[in-house]
Design a binder for this molecule. Sequence first.
Ligand code: AMP
Ligand code: ZN
Length: 172
Amino acid sequence: MDEKQCLFCRIARGEIPSKKVYEDSESFAFLDINPRNPGHVLVIPKKHVVTITEASEEDVSSLAKALRRVAIAAQKATNADGLSILQNNGHAAGQIVAHLHFHVIPRFSSEGPPSLEAVLQVKKFDEESMNRIASLISENAKGIGETAKPNTEKTEKESAAEGKKEEISFEF
Ligand code: AMP
Ligand code: ZN
């Protein structure tokens, strides 16, 4: 499929609505419509490329920067105990959408014994919760720059953004 028709290219161009949480010149991130946990985000390059092996080193480098920022923001916004980051390449690996994407999935100790199976199950959250979580992640992402060191030194903006979390209620 070419970039004109590609679902994620169309989302990045704003032609198809999404719950956007982050954008820079090369990358875009939005909530997955079938969340495996609250705050499940997809991070994509704006440029159409299908798999990580087809992408250039430069493409992957800029995507990695966005991925890190979104991961920090998603963890802060949801107060998650951990994060799973998944990325499928090709049909055999379970890639459904043929545009490179990383799944960022907040993980919680309350899920029970950690397992990959548990995180592959789709969960339902109402529209209002999805909107709230998207705006919290987006707010948290704003304070994260290249020099930020999570869990150690914090930038001024990061510290300010720390207040931007709230109790997210959900059941496993
Ligand atoms: P994968 O199996 O890695 O290709 O995952 C594709 C992901 O894209 C799935 O988790 C879908 O729920 C998600 N997805 C598909 N369409 C949309 C959409 N329009 N907006 C947000 N997420 C989507
Ligand atoms: Zn595309």
